[in-house]
Design a protein around this ligand. Structure first.
Ligand code: NAP
Length: 457
């Protein structure tokens, strides 16, 4: 039986790895999700063959409760709320790993020094992932609106970390740790997660979630060692590695080293110190915007978070098709951190039916902007802010941006004069070749469509 289960775990692991690989491209992503889902079911079924028969009832109950909650929340969650949901699920994984460590500590099981160390590390990392993810959820959900920085924040972080590790190792190496010391250890570890994430600004939050996801993977992997379950070790390492890679890719796309994300906040307050862009924003009408595009030869559409909020992707694709019928070349430029998670815009455009060969990454498209008649920026802000190229004092200096300002004309659709996610004023909006079309993306693009049609009648 054990041989059968080991083989099943082995096949499941291969499926997971290929599933993750397939998710790296929009063309194969759905297939990857099906493989990973199938692997998850197979791993669960295999586990029943080696489980303690006394626990089968509890396992089924946990599966039914957890599975139903996940199924329901996955069905009803809005695409724009996905990062919060990921934060919450991720926190659950970290909490579960910490919970296993708590049980082992309370049981006072006799562990080797290495296993005890891994158990304590898993407990700390899992607790930090749990409480940090809860704070991240509260921030993204708008329950906590401002980054909260304590006086001497970095010193507090340092001593709290030291204290947590010190107490953790004392408890972990002790034969019969007291209930109070175990409680204090977990309270400190949970507090560490809170103080680490509280000061981090909104624009860095998706990176933090990915980092906490990597932490959860690591904590689960350590628990695999403690419990002697290879499947947990492998799954934990795969999640930890994937989370670390994603964190690295996001941080690179924003040109924000991880240490700056954790120790130096990126927020509107940080940006407010500078002079900010000077001049006035020029307003345009849907008719003028439609005419500029309809009588041009190349339009580059830059979608951002606002398009996602408005759910305007179907209308945007309808507009692009109308322009193409009129002989205008239309392509889509995707910034790696447009929206609130990597691939956010690709998923929305794919859902609307935009062919993959019309969607280009930053590196592929950036040199094309000077040849474009119009860069149509739809609900994007930070990812087209030229201060990232020019203003060394700006907190987003060095972040690669889409060169919408280099098109002959830039048209920006947004509801008002609000700043981007990072809270920084956008210099593009004050450029001479830029005009603003105020309104929700869905309505504004709808109006443009009406005018394009009227030109062709
Ligand atoms: P953004 O900077 O958040 O700006 C979105 C803009 O959309 C806002 O200025 C808002 O202006 C507008 N908007 C909101 N609702 C709208 C609606 N219904 N219709 C039209 N416009 C609307 O977006 P972004 O340019 O996509 O940049 C993404 C941000 O997330 C960056 O700061 C990035 O660093 C951060 N981030 C993303 C990731 C990721 O993986 N994607 C990871 C880490 C960080 P109004 O309020 O005036 O309408």
């Amino acid at each position: 039986m054990n041989w059968f289960v080991s083989m099943a775990y082995f096949i499941v692991t291969i499926l997971f790895i290929f599933g993750l690989k397939a998710m790296s491209s929009p063309v194969t992503a759905r297939r990857g999700i099906v493989w990973a889902g199938f692997a998850m079911i197979a791993a669960t079924v295999a586990t029943f063959f080696v489980a303690d028969l006394n626990n089968i009832g509890l396992m089924v109950l946990a599966l039914v409760l957890g599975g139903s909650a996940a199924w329901y929340s996955g069905k009803v969650v809005k695409m724009t709320d996905m990062p919060q949901m990921v934060a919450l699920y991720n926190g659950m994984g970290g909490g579960a790993a910490a919970g296993i460590a708590a049980i082992e500590l309370v049981r006072g099981a006799d562990h080797s020094a290495m296993v005890a160390t891994l158990m304590v590390l898993g407990a700390i990392i899992g607790s930090v992932a749990f409480s940090g993810s809860c704070v991240a959820f509260a921030k993204l959900q708008g329950l906590l609106n401002k980054p909260i920085r304590l006086p001497q924040q970095n010193t507090i972080n340092f001593f709290l970390t030291l204290l947590t590790f010190g107490l953790g190792l004392t408890v972990g190496y002790s034969d019969a740790p007291s209930g109070f010391s175990i409680f204090l250890f977990f309270a400190l570890a949970l507090a560490l997660g809170v103080v680490l994430v509280l000061p981090i600004g909104g624009a860095d939050m998706p990176v933090v979630i990915s980092l906490l996801n990597a932490f959860t993977g690591l904590a689960v992997g350590f628990k695999g060692f403690v419990l002697g379950v290879p499947m947990l070790i492998i799954a934990g390492i795969v999640v930890g590695a994937a989370g670390s890679l994603l964190t690295h890719l996001m941080a690179k796309a924003m040109n924000r080293p991880i240490k700056n994300i954790i120790f130096t906040p990126l927020s509107g307050e940080a940006a407010a110190g500078g002079e900010g862009p000077q001049g006035t924003m020029r307003e345009t009408s849907a008719m003028d915007a439609a005419a500029l595009m309809r009588y041009g030869s190349k339009v580059i559409v830059v979608p951002g978070y606002g398009m996602a909020v408005a759910g305007a992707q179907h209308k945007v694709w309808e507009m692009a098709q109308l322009l193409e019928e009129a002989g205008v070349e239309v392509v889509f430029a995707i910034h790696p951190v447009a929206g609130r998670m990597p691939g956010h815009m690709n998923v929305l455009l794919a859902e609307a039916g935009v062919p993959y060969d019309k969607i280009f990454d930053l590196d592929e498209i950036n040199s094309d902007f000077p040849q474009a008649d119009v860069a149509l920026v739809i609900g994007a802000n930070d990812v087209v802010n030229p201060v990232a190229r020019t203003d060394k004092s700006s907190p987003i200096y060095g972040m690669p941006i889409l060169n919408a300002d280099q098109a002959r004309d830039a048209i920006v659709i947004k509801r008002g004069r609000g700043a981007g996610y990072s809270g920084i004023e956008n210099a593009l909006f004050f450029e001479e070749n830029c005009s603003m079309l105020y309104g929700s993306a869905q309505d504004a693009v709808g109006e443009i469509i009406g005018h394009i049609k009227s030109f062709s009648d």
